[in-house]
Design a protein around this ligand. Structure first.
Ligand SMILES: Cc1ncc(COP(=O)(O)O)c(C=O)c1O
Length: 373
């Protein structure tokens, strides 16, 4: 057996410092534990951060998407367009509300485009879910224009993209509803939480009510009257408090991530390796949650880097059209040529803000060693 690598480059670090320790104890020592001032402030602060009017916190990004679909009253007989190259919860939520998911391929950058959406529109289309993969914004304006013309809703899946900008504006608040995940994404809450944002007051009110049993309830006002079918999808005060602290740190982290991404790209391209580094369009300022390369012999490279102590990931290895639970909805893999190729080639390298220049050099050296061997 080979000895373990002496050097470790991990995927991400959780930040637990004195400010967070102090805050956690302060919140634990008082009530309420949910639906209290930390969550309300977190909602206001995330909404303001992405220049949206309303924030609706929930216990995961998945729950936010479910709330969005429910608030838009999307259900039986409706079609929702989404990329196959994404996380499984996107299709789960569409199916959970009884709508029909229409899976599509993606462009080479891993994102949906307006022309892909156009090819899948039908008279039943009620919504499109563009996913800002890896923190690289979708080219949204043409999709938003089409949405106006053809009357469908745009729900931005910005789970990866808190802090990313498209045409100078932060993503999330650009469509009808957007949502973020805080489960170890651009910011972490050391647990599971998410936030939906919208500029539409009525949608915000609906999502707020649906999040807690369909009640129209103010904190401290226990009405317990369900005006519509809802659920309990609230998050905890503790997690909101951690999220608030990390939100104040996000821009600094994003700057470092972007710097790391630029250095890594330079290190990798200088060596003429058979590898594609991520590209960025002029209208994008990515948050660089994930730094994703495309490489031949990806699985071997992944195993080799693990031996060198470098943690990598694949976002995502099994596209939705190949997931056993959903395969019957899109049985022909030939309809997804780019997604198929991406799922074989993509590899996510560590990109977090605590990487040193030595870590970046070590990653590039290790990748070079693999291809030269
Ligand atoms: C693209 C995408 N959408 C939605 C989600 C769901 O977020 P959560 O895990 O907070 O439910 C994730 C989670 O990783 C994701 O990557």
């Amino acid at each position: 057996m080979k000895p373990p690598a002496t050097r470790q480059v991990t995927k991400r670090l959780t930040v637990i410092d004195d400010e967070i320790r102090h805050k956690v104890l302060e919140v634990l020592e008082r009530t309420p534990y949910y639906a209290g001032p930390e969550t309300e402030a977190f909602e206001r602060e995330v909404a303001a951060y992405c220049e949206a009017n309303h924030g609706i916190a929930a216990n995961s990004g998945t729950s936010c998407l479910l709330l969005a679909l429910m608030a838009l009253e999307i259900g039986k007989g409706d079609e929702v367009i989404l990329p196959s190259h994404t996380f499984v919860s996107v299709i789960e939520c569409v199916l959970a509300v009884g709508a029909a998911p229409v899976l599509t391929d993606v462009e080479e950058d891993g994102n949906l485009s307006c022309s892909i959406v156009e090819r899948h529109l039908s008279k039943h289309t009620r919504a499109v879910i563009p996913v800002h993969m890896y923190g690289h914004p979708v080219d949204l304006d043409p999709i938003l224009n089409l949405a106006k013309e053809r009357e469908f809703f745009v729900i931005e899946d910005a789970a990866h993209a808190l802090g990313s900008r498209y045409r100078g504006k932060r993503v999330g608040g650009l469509g009808h509803i957007g949502f973020f995940s805080f489960a170890g994404k651009s910011i972490t809450v050391c647990g599971q939480a998410g936030m939906a944002v919208t500029n539409d007051e009525e949608l915000a009110e609906r999502m707020t009510a649906l999040r807690v049993h369909g009640w129209r309830q103010r904190v401290g006002n226990v009405w317990h009257v369900s005006e519509r079918l809802g659920l309990n999808l609230r998050t905890s005060e503790l997690l909101s408090a951690i999220g608030r602290i990390n939100l104040t740190r996000l821009d600094g982290w994003t700057e470092v991530r972007a710097g790391n991404a630029a250095k890594l790209t330079e290190l990798l391209t200088n060596r003429s390796l058979p590898l594609t580094t991520p590209r960025t369009r002029d209208d994008q300022e990515p948050g660089w949650l994930h730094y994703v390369v495309r490489a031949p012999r990806r699985d071997e490279l992944e195993a080799y880097l693990a031996e060198q102590g470098i943690e990598t990931a694949v976002h995502y290895r099994v596209p939705l059209h190949r997931q056993p639970a959903f395969q019957k909805l899109a049985p022909d893999p030939e309809a997804f040529p780019i997604t198929e190729q991406l799922s074989r080639e993509i590899l996510t390298l560590p990109s977090h803000p605590w990487l040193s220049d030595d870590d970046l050099g070590y990653m590039a050296d290790s990748i070079e060693a693999f291809f030269r061997a």
